[in-house]
Design a protein around this ligand. Sequence first.
Ligand code: HEM
Length: 217
Amino acid sequence: MKKALLGFGGFLFVVTILQVLRYYTFNGDMYFPEQKETYLAHQFGLYLHITGSTLAFILGPFQFFPKLRQKRMQLHRNMGKLYMLGVLVGSSAGIYMAPFAYGGFPTTMGFLSLAVISLFVTGMALRRVKEKRIGLHKEWMVRSYACIFAAATLRLYLGTFTVLSETGTIDLELAPAYIAISWMCWVPNLIVAEWIINRMRNQSDLSHVAANSTSAA
Ligand code: HEM
């Protein structure tokens, strides 16, 4: 189950990167057609958003590799600083882009909430590591990447919507679907993050019990 989830997450990760990298051809024709004019009018904000967010999106998973942390702590620290910079730039530019989002006010609120929450949880991760509270730092990083992974879940839902509507399975306009997706792409991710954090806490409790019983023996 864990392997299947990681495999599916890895697949979404690669597909998202390939899709986002197309933006660096700077060809306006492959912009989301409904938003082409908006994107052409706000190219600086859009590219700042994509560049910062993609940096965080790519670096994030490597920060969770235990071997990298154990063997190359300096690399982990440097990548962590770049990750935080990516979130700061990407989410701040996300706040700038949110009022222009497709679907109007409800979509704006969905993306705006995501941007503010991602800045908050990433800031908490930074604060906890500065206090050397590593367990809590890890927990806030799980929440942070759950927010950043919204880019992948958004594309999963949008792709599913496109297939379902093109095959006539559902009869729904893009605008209401996009409004729902602007919330669905991150709220469930944060619920999954809390589930992962709970598991991490239980595992660390178990290893403490095991360590105590070994030292008592
Ligand atoms: C904190 C998380 C994020 C927030 C708040 C956010 C916000 C936004 C907003 C408001 C838009 C404009 C949407 C519209 O026109 O309707 C947008 C578009 C875009 N974002 Fe993000 N985003 C986030 C994460 C990411 C990440 C991690 C990536 C890259 C991996 C990314 C890549 C893009 C791209 C390529 C677009 C252009 C439209 C598209 O192809 O979907 N975003 N984002």
